[in-house]
Design a protein around this ligand. Structure first.
Ligand code: C5P
Length: 221
């Protein structure tokens, strides 16, 4: 099936500090966004890459990504995905939606996501929760949240395009979703959990850059 990758880079990245949005900061020798574009673009199951960027960054991103397709994003992640979906080629059947804030995309994760789409509307990579989880109230420890069955959700999240388009069309305006699997689930679509990877950890805060660098060094040792 014809499969496209949508790479989201239209966020402000403000939590990472710095003068640039984080997706342009250099990690392991390259701007973060470029890692994701190259890794997804080279995977044999992916037929093309579409990058979603903020309107004021279009020239900068164009210079970075070579001949990958580029579209303007929106004010929220959901709107950026919708803009990307509208720009996919007519014959696209599947899409992998990926955060540029997760620069290192293991091939094996892409393999698992793509394979799960043979049987499901969506597939999302997850990691089991290792830490104890608690609620906090006014900086006092509240109830423990049992972690059995809980997962941390990563990207790339894969979808049959018809299911993701339907989920976006049906989503109530004003409601915000932090990812696409929850949108497909709300319409009753089936979303498979597949094994994620610590390499996919999101780079959000300034200290995450050093952690990302050391994961790459560990991987290539
Ligand atoms: O802010 P957060 O890290 O949750 O954003 C996740 C991804 O969504 C990032 O790659 C960010 O660039 C993207 N995004 C977007 N358009 C927005 C907000 C976030 O493409 N309006």
């Amino acid at each position: 099936p014809r499969t496209l990758a949508l790479i989201l880079a239209a966020g402000s990245g403000s939590r990472a500090g710095g003068r640039w949005p984080k997706q342009f900061a250099t990690v392991a020798g390259k701007p973060m966004l470029l890692h994701a574009v190259e890794l997804l673009g080279r995977h044999p199951a992916i037929d093309g890459v579409v990058v979603v960027a903020a309107p004021e960054r279009m020239a900068q991103v164009r210079a970075l990504i070579g001949d990958a397709a580029l579209v303007e994003g929106g004010a929220t992640r959901r709107e950026s995905v919708a803009a990307g979906l509208a720009a996919l080629p007519e014959d696209a059947e599947r899409v992998l939606v990926h955060d540029a804030a997760r620069p290192f995309v293991p091939y094996a994760v892409i393999d698992r996501v793509v394979a799960a789409l043979d049987d499901h509307d969506g597939a999302t990579p997850v990691l089991a929760v290792a830490d104890t989880l608690v609620r906090g109230h006014d900086s006092m420890l509240g109830d423990v949240v049992p972690r059995a069955g809980l997962h941390r959700v990563q990207t790339p999240q894969g979808f049959r395009l018809a299911a993701l388009r339907a989920a976006h069309a049906a989503w109530p305006e004003g409601d915000e979703a932090t990812d696409d699997t929850q949108m497909v689930r709300r319409l009753g679509g089936s979303v498979a959990l597949v094994q994620g990877d610590p390499m996919l950890e999101k780079v959000t805060y300034p200290e995450d850059f050093a952690a990302a660098e050391s994961r790459v060094q560990w991987e290539s040792r």
